[in-house]
Write a protein that binds this ligand. Structure first.
Ligand SMILES: C[S@@+](CC[C@H](N)C(=O)[O-])C[C@H]1O[C@@H](n2cnc3c(N)ncnc32)[C@H](O)[C@@H]1O
Length: 291
């Protein structure tokens, strides 16, 4: 891989070590959502690619449905670990693990479904949008068709909050992650969240996300941070309208200066970033003021 790419991978911390994969494997909300989505979607007739396959767990779930699977992973440590896991889990006859960059790899034959879970909070850091767009465009150019994507879309929303940043009397407003599925007593919402972007993987291109949003709290409120919410629609059943969804962790980013808003007063928030940017890039772009 070219030096520039390796530097960017290191800067964004994208060579996720094996011990971090334990968090992903044991995250029941994540695993149940992907398992349900894959079981609803994949049939034995399907050809499936997984982009960024890590330990191979999602490829395993697709292979267990009887599909033929190619798993593309660029971290050599994960490539050898996943080959071993897939063999020990009895699906290595249906899964081929490829060591390579998912942005530039194409299968020899067209595929029906692409699974890709590089879903970092606010679509930061990981290259979900870039990798899918590159694969989709190359697949369409070579085979004349666009496969189905799992997830099919990601909704991005933002919400002004008051976050407690006191740690044993030490005040430190630092970026933090929150489970979307647990109570967050030390973080109080001031207004409802607003969707600022819908990423549709059939069409999405990597473009600047520039948002200017107005919020009006219903009661007097302090605001010292923005909570970014990342909800992915893994599959949608078009006949029932039901979806299988999964929330990545929320990321809460502190404002430069806390604001005090009176009930009904308008707060203007703006930020801009590209999918795959660093957390710092988004945080530095945030401007918030009371009008
Ligand atoms: C969030 S992990 C998910 C792993 C696995 N899909 C799962 O759900 O458990 C993302 C994985 O994508 C890999 N990855 C990121 N960018 C990649 C790229 N351009 N090509 C190949 N693998 C990539 C990372 O090394 C990591 O293993």
């Amino acid at each position: 891989m070219v030096q520039k790419k390796i530097e960017e991978i290191n800067e964004l911390g994208q060579f996720i070590p094996l011990h971090y994969h334990f968090q992903m494997l044991s995250d029941e909300f994540r695993m149940n959502a992907f398992k349900n989505a894959i079981e609803q979607t994949v049939t034995p007739q399907n050809k499936v690619v997984e982009l960024g396959s890590g330990t191979g767990v999602l490829s395993f779930l697709a292979a267990r449905q009887g599909a033929k699977v190619w798993s593309v992973e660029y971290n050599p440590a994960l490539v050898s670990a996943s080959r071993k896991f897939l063999k020990n889990n009895g699906v290595s006859d249906r899964v081929t693990v490829i060591e390579g960059d998912a942005s530039s790899w194409l299968p020899e034959e067209p595929v029906d479904l692409v699974i890709c879970e590089m879903l970092h909070s606010a679509l930061l850091r990981e290259k979900q949008v870039q990798v899918i767009a590159d694969f989709r465009d190359a697949h369409a150019a070579r085979f004349g068709k666009i496969p189905q994507f799992l997830p099919c879309a990601t909704l991005l929303a933002v919400q002004p909050v008051w976050q407690n940043y006191d740690f044993h009397g030490f005040h430190a407003p630092v970026p933090l992650f929150q489970s979307a599925y647990a109570r967050t007593d030390d973080c109080s919402p001031c207004c409802d969240p607003v969707v600022y972007k819908i990423v549709d993987y059939d069409h999405a291109h990597v473009e600047n996300i520039e948002s200017v949003l107005l919020f009006q709290p219903q009661q007097d409120s302090g605001v010292n941070a923005l909570r970014f919410i990342t909800k992915s629609v893994l599959v949608m059943n078009l006949s029932t309208g039901k979806t299988v969804d999964w929330h990545s962790q929320h990321i809460v980013l502190p404002l430069e200066q806390p604001l005090q808003l009176a009930a009904g007063q308008t707060m203007r928030v703006s930020f801009n970033y590209k999918p795959g940017d660093s957390i710092e890039r988004l945080n530095q772009s945030i401007k918030a003021e009371a009008e």
